[in-house]
Design a protein around this ligand. Structure first.
Ligand SMILES: Nc1ncnc2c1ncn2[C@@H]1O[C@H](COP(=O)(O)OP(=O)(O)OP(=O)(O)O)[C@@H](O)[C@H]1O
Length: 199
């Protein structure tokens, strides 16, 4: 069945999975095939904008002081530090995007997923994208041609952590194996458009 319009369940969708598994490709299709329905969450960051990046579009660019103040006020559903820079997803940003009748998609690592699950007053749906095999994951990561050898190795180590966590019963609401892209996309779309489950 073809799905159209806004899903009945409008909770944000948290998508996780190892680097190179095809998360971006899959939700990219969701955005492309359902324009104006879904939107990627806009993170806060303390790093400097790069050429062509706009405040409020690619990131909400803030100072370290602003970031830490928001964190102290429990304003993030998840946050992390990479090198000298802080990154986080603010509750207010998600609420604002949701109020515009958009279903917000969050693309985060497993540590972030744990934080979102522990965040107070925040409801979401958790989708894990799994590779058909670790060999295929490595092939895709290399095939993308964006990573150095060191970065490939680092991502593969992190992949093992992600895959281990995904085995925990009930941690994710839905696990999709991205083998054939169209089949995986269909599974994602069917899940996203499934009617709200009565508890
Ligand atoms: N089902 C599939 N079959 C074969 N190749 C795929 C499939 N899905 C995605 N790919 C390819 O795998 C590579 C990695 O995909 P993508 O960049 O979407 O991964 P990602 O999970 O978003 O990675 P990251 O977390 O590093 O951003 C891309 O080159 C993409 O075209």
């Amino acid at each position: 069945m073809a799905h159209t319009g806004v899903p009945s369940d409008t909770r944000p969708i948290v998508i996780s999975g190892p680097s190179g598994v095809g998360k971006g490709t899959l939700y990219g299709l969701l955005f492309q095939r359902h324009p104006d329905v879904f939107t990627l969450s806009v993170s806060h960051t303390t790093r400097q904008p790069r050429q062509g990046e706009y405040d409020g579009v690619h990131y909400n660019f803030v100072t370290k002081e602003q970031f830490l103040a928001l964190k102290a006020a429990d304003g993030f559903v998840e946050s992390a530090q990479f090198g000298d820079n802080f990154y986080g997803t603010s509750k207010a940003t998600i609420a604002e995007q949701t109020s515009k009748n958009k279903v917000v998609v969050l693309d985060i690592e497993v540590e972030g997923v744990k934080q979102v699950k522990a965040a107070t007053g925040f409801e979401a749906r958790y989708v894990f994208i799994a590779p058909p095999s670790e060999e295929e994951l490595e092939k895709r990561l290399r095939g993308r041609g964006t990573e150095s050898e060191e970065s490939v190795q680092k991502r593969l180590r992190q992949a093992k952590v992600e895959l281990e966590q995904a085995k925990v019963e009930g941690f994710h609401d839905k696990i999709i194996v991205n083998n054939d892209l169209e089949a995986a996309y269909k599974e994602l779309e069917d899940y996203v458009y499934a009617p709200v489950q009565a508890n």
